[in-house]
Write a protein that binds this ligand. Structure first.
Ligand SMILES: Cc1cc2nc3c(=O)[nH]c(=O)nc-3n(C[C@H](O)[C@H](O)[C@H](O)COP(=O)(O)O)c2cc1C
Length: 266
């Protein structure tokens, strides 16, 4: 078989079989493996290389991040940053002064970061590792800056717990919305009520069948009133609706935290 085709098939296998891993074995992640996956991360397309990673394998250091949901068996904890500091140093060496919209700078930075992350995730899968992202990280930017000595104009986007999967824990592939309701040719499709229901059914049945929230005990409590939904009915669409209908994690808005870290956004 054509070797290029085979390689592409391998990649599809990795992508279609990836699932978040939250329990890791005791096996350490070597320098060689780390270098390989990080190198793959930084091979991603980029707007301006506005991405840096800080990682630790030190379990004592990791304990400081318990409050951001770091899973206890994590072997490597990585944080991906939008990094404009390095770019400004380059500009200074070239004798230029920054005059750009910080909103757009951040936007480009997020894209550089996200592309790098996906490469890290997929290449680590290819080497037998598993991972899960942590999204609360930007709201904990003060703590992260303190623990990792991060200066202004460098801002955390997301965390990644990494390690070899604990194979005694069964994990399933999570559902997604039907493709026809997410990818549109030629014109955006504003979903009808029935189509929205199809999206919800696909996700809810998948998550309920897998017992996802029961296993994780990850129910979000209601802000007020009696919770009538037990775990046997607590589904993805209920979870995600609860998530976006109540502010948790931080009293500050994300934009106010970003501002505190040296970015000028209005
Ligand atoms: C930006 C982002 C933030 C996330 N944050 C968390 C998190 O804080 N804790 C967690 O357990 N999973 C987190 N996840 C993982 C998602 O819950 C997971 O990707 C989703 O449920 C789909 O499951 P799958 O990755 O197994 O396909 C995050 C994923 C993304 C993309």
């Amino acid at each position: 078989m054509n070797s290029i085709l085979k390689t592409k098939n391998d990649l599809f296998n990795i992508i279609y079989n990836r699932r978040s891993i939250r329990r890791f074995s005791n096996e350490e992640v070597s320098n060689e493996v780390l270098e390989k996956i990080l190198k793959a991360g930084f091979r991603a397309p980029f707007a301006a290389q506005l991405c840096s990673v800080v990682y630790t394998r030190d379990s004592e250091k990791m304990k400081k991040f318990k409050g951001i949901g770091l899973y206890p068996s994590t072997k490597v904890f990585m944080i991906f940053f939008i990094d404009f500091r390095r770019m400004e140093k380059i500009m200074t060496q070239r004798g230029h002064t920054y005059d750009f919209d910080d909103g757009m700078t951040l936007w480009l930075g997020i894209q550089d970061v996200n592309l790098a992350i996906e490469n890290v995730i997929l290449s680590s899968e290819a080497l037998g590792l598993g991972s899960v992202l942590l999204g609360v990280v930007p709201l904990k930017a003060d703590l992260i800056s303190e623990v990792f000595n991060v200066p202004d104009r460098v801002f955390p986007v997301v965390g990644l717990c990494l390690g070899y999967p604990d194979l005694s824990v069964e994990t399933s592939i999570r559902p997604r919305f039907p493709l026809v309701h997410s990818a549109f040719e030629d014109s955006y499709k504003d979903l009808s009520e029935a189509e929205v229901k199809e999206c919800m059914r696909e996700m809810d049945e998948g998550y309920l069948t897998q017992g996802y929230y029961i296993k994780q005990r990850a129910k979000i409590p209601l802000k007020e009133g009696k919770d009538e939904i037990d775990y046997d009915k607590y589904s993805w669409s209920e979870h995600i609706s609860r998530k976006f209908s109540q502010r948790r994690w931080s009293d500050d808005t994300l934009f106010s935290i970003i501002k505190k870290h040296g970015f000028n956004i209005k």
